[in-house]
Design a protein around this ligand. Sequence first.
Ligand code: THU
Length: 134
Amino acid sequence: MAETDLIKDAAAVRENAHAPYSGFKVGCALRSVEGHVHRGCNVENVAYPEGTCAEAGAIAAMIAAGDTRIAELAVIADSPMPVPPCGGCRQKLAEFADGDVIVTMATTSGTFEQTSVGALLPGQFNAAHMVKAP
Ligand code: THU
């Protein structure tokens, strides 16, 4: 698969990451089905579990801008190997992207790997399970 221009956007927003507790800055850029690029970085809090991941930030930016679905995304971190989205972010991505949407996982040293949203979260929990919910 081909390198995506979203890696550059993810790297740029990673510079803004607020990660004083982990020291691990992450950037995410996504292209919406509407054709716009939205970006997010991780934002940590001193109450550690309250922090948000880069992917969550990019999804929030997409929704706030009025766009609806993810067409493609890239995540980047300074790591020896490409960092896959955490479990919570896999669920978030799966709710805003089709299973065949490409996820590019990049490192600041220039390597990257690609997978899909469906491969990251097989058997996802979704609204179809909640037909009996009020
Ligand atoms: N993090 C992300 O932003 N995205 C990921 O996919 C993996 C982890 C952040 C959360 C936390 O701020 C830091 O990386 C260390 O876990």
